[in-house]
Design a protein around this ligand. Structure first.
Ligand code: FMN
Length: 161
């Protein structure tokens, strides 16, 4: 078993490195996939963008055994069932780990544009929902939810195999 991950701003990488340290499994980025044998069992970690686990499509021909998605919500957003459906991973062990993000003004390119529009939409549909307030604050101010404890279910799953 090896760990493969896709990370844009480093939060998912921290989880991949943490998992490697805890399990002594080797860790590879998606762009290093050529170094991984196609039969090798893989636990994949990817950051999520509009519910889509980034990098996962590049592993469709590989022997993926479990998947972790990292996002900023308290739970996988839009919701765990939708994430499983949108990524076509029904029946595959799926773990959500809370990652993080940099403040909106530090982002660049399409991600900044998308999140600016998202915040505008959230503010327009404000209904004093606590989670909505939290989502706005996380995007505007940045957030770091990386915590070793969040990996416990993943480590447990690996131990139980
Ligand atoms: C354009 C964009 C869309 C995102 N969409 C989601 C999402 O649908 N669900 C979620 O939980 N997090 C979403 N996020 C937050 C990232 O998944 C989260 O910050 C992740 O931990 C970043 O990981 P990385 O540092 O490894 O790139 C989004 C971030 C960006 C920039």
């Amino acid at each position: 078993m090896v760990i493969v991950y896709e990370s844009k701003t480093g939060f998912t990488k921290r989880y991949a490195d943490m998992l490697a340290a805890k399990t002594r499994l080797k860790v590879f980025r998606v762009i290093e996939l050529a170094k991984v044998n196609q039969d090798e069992e893989i636990i994949f970690l990817g950051w999520m963008k509009i519910g889509k686990i980034q990098g996962l499509d590049k592993l469709r021909k590989y022997n993926v055994k479990a998947i972790c998605g990292s996002g900023t919500g308290r739970i996988a957003e839009p919701n765990p069932e939708e994430v499983i459906a949108r990524n076509k991973i029904t029946g595959m062990p799926f773990f959500y780990v809370r990652g993080g993000c940099f403040p909106l003004k530090e982002l660049k390119g399409i991600d900044r544009i998308m999140l600016t529009l998202f915040v505008k939409m959230l503010k327009r549909h404000k209904n004093n929902d606590e989670r909505q307030e939290e989502a706005i604050s996380i995007i505007e101010n940045g957030f770091d939810g990386v915590n070793e404890e969040n990996l416990e279910p993943v480590v447990e799953w690996l131990r139980a195999r």
